[in-house]
Design a protein around this ligand. Structure first.
Ligand code: FAD
Length: 364
């Protein structure tokens, strides 16, 4: 990923606040990053990708997250789509889809439905075989990046199990409707996706017949890693802004940093950033070594990083006071963006339930 940060600096510049206000990342920015393979950098070189390790891509994800959580969210969706295809697809599907994703086509992943949020087992979207085609029917909600996507990886019921299916956004029967004015990650292109009898070749089905929750866990594992590293980026951006402000803003005759109660906020922010970083590094090591602990490590990393990011962003707002009370300020955006990270990819409570089950399954 040599030179990747410079490319991001060049393309993002100081425009993240403007994108947050307008709710749009310019298409040329997304295409420029996607065409270099940077939105899904872990796609193997053999499939036309950059073949980055989870650790290297994680640090890059944190960097993007420190600049713009909306862009990082689009990156999470692209990476999760690629990972789902890599894990569930056959060699023909790898050869068809992965080089496209590494070369600039944009993708989103749709699980959630009006009645299936935390409880994805309530999913009702169907993928029905019909000769050498399949027909997809259902309603997805809150699909990150769907507004920008060329293809949407849709998860649904398939026979007695489940499958994912690669749906071109332009296919007849697909309707993409933007979520109006999201509270955070406002330029991430969240949209609801209606699928009215969308007919596709049977070759678009990935992993047909797997148990639904196994399939969901596979896809979400990547999303959790990416969100966790993105939260590290939020913490780093907040720490930088808070440090700079506490050094220069003077009240009661001295810099804010020299007031002990402000120092406590700074210490907590640093602690949060370090804890989140260590959890993400551990999870990426598990990921890169193919450890069986990988899934639990990704849940732990997401859980810890999202909670720390929400708390750290709130502390940063407190340190900056009215200086951060402007729409679009880096810390104000972080505060809104971080809270959403506690809801997605398994909310804080759902991650806690998974971790509690894991704790109970450990040998005495
Ligand atoms: P609910 O499931 O209704 O939960 C509401 C609250 O109840 C939460 O706090 C939850 O933790 C708690 N709760 C629920 N069940 C339990 C339980 N058993 N025990 C304890 N507490 C519980 N979906 C996609 O498919 N693709 C995407 O790209 C995507 N991107 C998103 C981006 C954003 C910014 C947001 C806000 C959502 C996105 N979603 C996406 C949807 C997201 O996955 C869901 O919002 C999430 O799964 C939670 O579902 P819900 O909002 O319906 O909340």
């Amino acid at each position: 990923l040599a030179g990747a940060r410079e490319i991001v600096d060049d393309l993002v510049g100081d425009r993240a606040a403007e994108w947050d206000r307008s709710g749009l990342i310019p298409g040329d920015v997304l295409r420029a990053l996607a065409a270099r393979g940077l939105l899904c950098a872990e796609v193997p070189e053999a499939s036309g990708g950059l073949g980055a390790s989870s650790a290297a891509n994680g640090e890059f994800t944190a960097y993007v997250g420190s600049r713009c959580s909306s862009l990082r969210s689009v990156m999470t969706s692209q990476g999760m789509a690629a990972w789902t295809i890599q894990r569930l697809g056959n060699p023909r599907q790898h050869a068809e889809y992965l080089p496209e994703l590494a070369a600039g086509r944009l993708a989103a992943v749709a699980f959630s439905e009006p009645e299936a949020g935390s409880d994805l087992s309530a999913m009702s979207t169907t993928i029905e075989p019909d000769g050498d085609t399949v027909v997809v029917r259902g309603q997805k909600v809150w699909t990150t990046a769907a507004h920008y996507a060329d293809m949407i990886v849709v998860v649904g019921r398939y026979g007695s199990g489940a499958a994912a299916v690669v749906v071109p956004a332009s296919a007849p029967g697909v309707t993409v409707t933007r979520v109006p004015r999201p509270s955070g990650c406002r330029a991430a292109g969240h949209a609801d996706v209606r699928l009215d009898g969308v007919r596709l070749p049977a070759g678009a089905v990935l992993g047909g017949g797997q148990p639904l929750m196994l399939l969901v866990t596979t896809a979400l594992a990547y999303g959790r890693m990416s969100v966790a590293w993105g939260c590290v980026g939020i913490l780093r951006a907040c720490l930088d802004a808070a440090r700079q402000h506490a050094r220069t803003r003077r009240q009661f005759g001295k810099p804010l940093a020299q007031h002990q109660l402000v120092g406590r906020h700074l210490a907590n922010l640093l602690t949060g950033e370090q804890i989140a970083t260590r959890m993400c590094e551990h999870a990426s090591r598990c990921w890169d070594s193919g450890s069986p602990d990988m899934v639990v490590a990704s849940v732990l990393a997401k859980q810890v990083s999202a909670v720390q990011a929400a708390q750290g962003a709130a502390a940063a707002v407190q340190i900056l006071g009215s200086a951060a009370a402007h729409e679009g300020h880096v810390v104000e955006r972080a505060y809104r963006d971080a809270k959403l990270m506690e809801l997605i990819e398994g909310s804080t409570e759902i991650c806690q339930l998974i971790l509690s089950d894991h704790a109970m399954s450990m040998p005495a």
